[in-house]
Design a protein around this ligand. Sequence first.
Ligand SMILES: [Zn+2]
Length: 90
Amino acid sequence: MIQQNPVLRMCISCRKTYDRKDLLKITKDHKQGIILQKGMGRSAYICKSKKCYSDSKIKKKLQKALKTFLEPEFVEIFEKEITSYNNYPH
Ligand SMILES: [Zn+2]
């Protein structure tokens, strides 16, 4: 049994792989639509580096990764969420 290995996921912006818990997960949930950190469905991950989340193309990249249209309301929530992440020590 291998239990120690971290789950690695790729950031859609810089395309580097990180431990799953160091990334923000955006999921296109079958029932709830686009949600953060939870849900079942197509997912995209973004790392917490400012370079990535403040990328002007990030919305387009997300839409492409999730194959969906992102409402401006969601983009607002997403930006708040990821900015607040940077206030945590890590
Ligand atoms: Zn990144």
